[in-house]
Design a protein around this ligand. Structure first.
Ligand SMILES: NC(=O)c1ccc[n+]([C@@H]2O[C@H](COP(=O)([O-])OP(=O)(O)OC[C@H]3O[C@@H](n4cnc5c(N)ncnc54)[C@H](O)[C@@H]3O)[C@@H](O)[C@H]2O)c1
Length: 250
């Protein structure tokens, strides 16, 4: 219960990796806000059933009014914001294909969610973390920009931007006692990818590229989020933790 008394917001926690991370932070003792455009209420109810303090909120991370009310509702319910996990993204819904075929509107919408959405969520929670003089921001990046994975150029660009924002924001917020780190998963069998076979088209190659040659599941990522959210991570910021069984090595 190392996070007892702390409050975590996990965006994109309605399903998949975000949901698993929310579950781990709750098991560590945190009160958890599930912020998503879908299944936020079901996921929060499941957490509450397991004994956690949980709140489900409908939040579109690309909307500034939604992210502002996410922070306000969290304060109203739990009185503080200690941890923000930026997991929401346009990912499983992305069509795989050559970059010339990605419509400009899809580029714009994806960057609005995956890049601007991260910035808006950080902006909404920062005043509260600054007041507390402590905070943990954890961004979901990806191994894709590290390895140059083809056929979703807008997505890999967005995750490269997440790594860059993690570094820049870490320098802006260090003086306030707020750490900013990223987790870069490999191809993970999540609720999203399991329903989209084209995402798993090169799954065997992905597995072969790993030092530990097996599938990656959301549960493989929860230890990293627990570490980055806790006191043991007080002097580590601006970093990207690659959790992919040893495929990309920094
Ligand atoms: N699964 C993988 O192979 C993999 C690999 C590397 C990185 N990641 C990253 O991990 C995170 C989670 O991945 P996943 O596989 O669980 O993805 P997913 O697509 O299954 O889930 C994404 C979640 O984000 C929510 N979401 C989408 N748009 C939103 C918006 N505008 N506002 C709020 N919520 C929104 C969805 O409703 C969903 O619950 C993402 O950031 C993804 O880019 C995933």
């Amino acid at each position: 219960m190392k996070l007892k008394g702390r409050t975590a917001i996990v965006t994109g926690a309605g399903r998949g990796i975000g949901k698993a991370m929310a579950g781990r932070l709750a098991a560590d003792g945190a009160s958890v806000v599930v912020a998503d455009i879908a299944q936020y209420d079901v996921a929060a109810a499941e957490l509450a059933k397991s004994g956690a303090r949980a709140l489900g909120l409908r939040v579109d991370v690309s909307s500034e009014s939604d992210t502002a009310s996410m922070a306000a509702e969290t304060i109203k319910a739990f009185g503080r914001i200690d941890i923000l996990v930026n997991c929401a993204a346009m990912f499983a819904a992305v069509k795989i294909g050559p970059f010339e075929e990605i419509p400009a509107d899809e580029w714009k919408r994806l960057l609005e969610i995956n890049v601007l959405g991260v910035a808006l969520c950080c902006k909404a929670v920062t005043p509260h973390m600054r007041r507390q003089r402590s905070g943990r921001i954890i961004n979901l990046a990806s191994g894709a920009p590290l390895k140059g994975v083809p056929y979703f150029l807008h997505y890999i660009a967005s995750k490269g931007a997440v790594i860059a924002m993690t570094r820049g924001l870490a320098r802006e917020l260090g003086k306030d006692g707020i750490t900013v780190n990223a987790i870069a998963p490999g191809l993970t069998v999540s609720d999203g990818t399991a329903g989209r076979p084209e995402h798993l088209r090169n799954h065997a190659d992905s597995i072969r590229s790993r030092a530990i040659q097996r599938e990656e599941h959301p549960e493989d990522l929860v230890g990293a989020v627990s570490f980055l959210a806790g006191d043991d991570c007080a002097f580590m910021t601006g970093q990207t933790l690659v959790v992919d069984g040893g495929s990309a090595m920094l």
